[in-house]
Design a protein. Sequence first.
Length: 284
Amino acid sequence: MNQKQLEAVEQVYCDGDYTFTCTLDRFNERIRVDHYDGNLRSIVAHIQSIFTNEYTKCIVKAKGEHVPFFLSECYTYEGVIQSYYSGSDAHLMTLYNGAWRRNSETWLEEDQLLVAVRQKQVSPLKEKPLIRKGKEADAEKLAALYQAVFAVYPTPMDNPNYIKKVMRSDTIFFLIEESDRIVSAASAEVNRTYKNAEMTDCATLPEYRKGGTMRHLIMALEQELLRENIYYAYSIARSRSFGMNAVLHQLDYQYGGRLVNNVKIFQDWENMNLWSKLLIKSAE
């Protein structure tokens, strides 16, 4: 990652009979509505006014009872994040401004990958490595890890200042070190309002990808989240990544659908798989 990347901007829109929170993400050419209340027709009309030609995808996290309404407004149902709203599901409804963004040539290949993931026997975990919680002083080394693993990433994780910013905004990192460098890391982006967290920023140097390294990190994050009374976890994984989808499946995350050409990641635009888990089930 060496491109200068714009950060996504969160905006709150209010009028007399509605309010909604929208993330404007120019790098990934999309807008995302994470929360809304009030008059649905007014909300949809306002979203349409924002969804200009500089964006090619719109995502709305819809409440279950509102799915038929969004379908009637020509939105497409792409998946579900189970228990996102403190135990109630979030349904991801989408609109597109470009045919290229709506279509995927790798869909059947990714279906086959999921079949293989489910058929894979769970490999035994190696002895738990030394894992610790990340801190702001780790930002430079974390940025070096993400730059080494990803040619393209949907957020500017090659920028140490950005990493410090997300740490201050309630994102928890766990990491593994060897020879004075970080060789693997993952984070949990916490939403305390809805008691959920997104498992994200998962990266491991190629020579350290055996023996369940990422499984160990995610399990450590899960236990930390439970200690902080966060009960619901989800992850959005590259649909072409056998390893990451296998990790989530083996840790009892439930598949919830696929987001088409969702972000620029790894090398190009990619579809992303949704996975969700009720963490309280894994509490001891």
